[in-house]
Design a protein around this ligand. Structure first.
Ligand code: ASP
Length: 451
């Protein structure tokens, strides 16, 4: 059987194993469509009972996300500290770090290349100028405007801000990159100070075990959580929003599909012995949660739990996955490349080949500075648009236009971001003899697709 078919079937089988979450997702899509239909009364007024339902679902969905987010920081800190402490030997750590950069780099460069080629070739932005003004809702414009101003202030401090002045402040604000920088340095130091580090490592081992337990409990709510999140997201889309933007959506869909069915399997095949189909089936649970929550950070506890259950060692999971969930955003980079080229085409700006390369490079930078939270990729898109010198009016209009459909695209890109984190973890685990193949293959239901 062709590999891409195996992947799709494997995903299907994995989804079947997690049928309750998938059911939540599908019902959420239907509920969202129905709610959207009845949101506005024939006389143009808002239907108050539907509004109450949407608000309630919104609260339920947000409660689910908050519950998972609640464990993310203790989990990231404890995972990295015990991960690095358990690697111990700094040579092995360096080797793993280098491989991580190589694999994440390969995947992200592939993503931006695919995005750039597809959008230069199919020109999704030509002839959509007329829709742009029409689609830019005032509210979205305002939100985006505030985000851009915040972002503009940030650009010059981008690198400086990676170093936390006060780690506790970064923890309080949930700023993942500075937290990572601090925790990494702290963890390496702990691994160098010998026995005195024992109590603190023991402490973080307990923190890690407890956060994993909490994650298990939260996952009981995955189906209703994903249902509520999907229904609210879909209820805010009208079909009208797709007018003029369909080529853009198709290109993104094709780009992500290539990434999923070609690039990730290629990485698995080139750099490891991990069978792609088995692996995709094995990780379907976090993928669905990433889709529902549109957040790779919020999905991290589940990604770690799932990868460990599937035989990737604790050492690799706790080092590679938290870093991946924060820095590796290949699908976001793909999206940003397509979105920027789309907007420049819409405004009649012709990009020289070198500018397209610049867009791709900036997309890599902008995506890795994006937090793994809903909508982050759209906000950091402003970095690239700024560099291209779009007027602020164009910037707001264009972003507001994309804003209208971003949530649904975000669900897909978060799912891919999580997939690539897991793929890289599997490859590194394979390379380092840290992958238990018996555990990975321990599910009868995907044996037949390997033949
Ligand atoms: N929501 C995405 C994620 O969490 C980031 C983005 O907005 O692209 O991976």
């Amino acid at each position: 059987m062709k590999l891409h078919m195996q992947i799709l079937i494997a995903l299907g089988l994995g989804i079947k194993r997690n049928g309750h979450i998938f059911l939540g997702l599908i019902l959420g899509i239907f509920a969202g469509i129905v709610l959207h239909q009845y949101k506005v009364l024939p006389n143009g007024d808002l239907n108050s009972s539907v509004a109450v339902i949407i608000n309630t679902l919104d609260v339920i969905g947000k409660m689910f996300i908050r519950l998972i987010q609640m464990v993310v920081i203790p989990l990231v800190c404890s995972a990295i500290i015990i991960g690095i402490a358990s690697v111990g030997d700094s040579k092995q750590l360096g080797k793993m770090g280098k491989k991580m950069v190589l694999y994440y780099g390969f995947i992200t460069v592939a993503a931006v290349t695919i995005g750039a080629l597809l959008s230069v070739f199919f020109k999704p932005g030509v002839n959509v100028q007329t829709y742009i003004n029409h689609a830019s809702a005032a509210v979205a414009q305002e939100q985006v405007r505030e985000a851009i101003i915040a972002q503009q202030n940030n650009i010059s401090h981008l690198f400086l801000n990676m170093i936390p002045q006060n780690p506790l402040e970064s923890i309080a604000n949930g700023d993942m990159i500075p937290i990572l920088v601090f925790v990494l340095i702290f963890a390496i130091a702990l691994s160098k100070v010998g026995d005195v580090s024992r109590p603190i490592i023991g402490f973080f081992e307990s923190v890690f075990a407890a956060t994993m337990k909490v994650t298990d409990w939260i996952m009981i709510l995955a189906a209703p959580g994903v249902f509520a999140l999907t229904a609210t997201a879909i209820s805010s889309f009208g079909t009208g929003v797709f007018t003029g933007i369909s080529t853009y959506i198709i290109i993104l869909a094709v780009g992500m599909l290539i990434q999923l069915c070609l690039v990730y399997p290629l990485v698995l095949k080139l750099f490891s012995k991990v069978p792609a189909a088995v692996f995709f089936s094995a990780i379907s649970e976090p993928l669905m949660v990433a889709f529902g929550t549109a957040s790779s950070s919020a999905t991290l506890p589940l990604t770690i739990a799932c990868c460990e259950k599937r035989g990737i060692s604790h050492k690799v999971c706790s080092f590679v996955l938290p870093l991946g969930a924060t820095l590796n955003m290949d699908a976001t980079a793909l999206f940003q490349t397509v979105a920027v080229i789309f907007l420049t085409q819409a405004y009649g700006i012709t990009l020289e080949p070198i500018q397209i390369v610049m867009v791709a490079i900036f997309a890599i930078v902008a995506s890795s500075t994006s937090a793994g939270i809903p909508g982050a990729g759209l906000i950091t898109l402003a970095i690239i648009l700024n560099v291209l010198g779009l007027t602020s009016q164009q910037l707001w209009e264009g972003l507001a236009f994309l804003f209208a459909i971003d949530r649904i695209i975000d669900m897909f890109r978060s799912m891919l971001n999580v997939t690539s984190d897991a793929v890289v973890a599997a490859v590194i685990a394979d390379n380092e003899n840290e992958l238990d193949y018996d555990m990975l293959n321990n599910t009868d239901d995907y044996k037949d697709i390997l033949e």
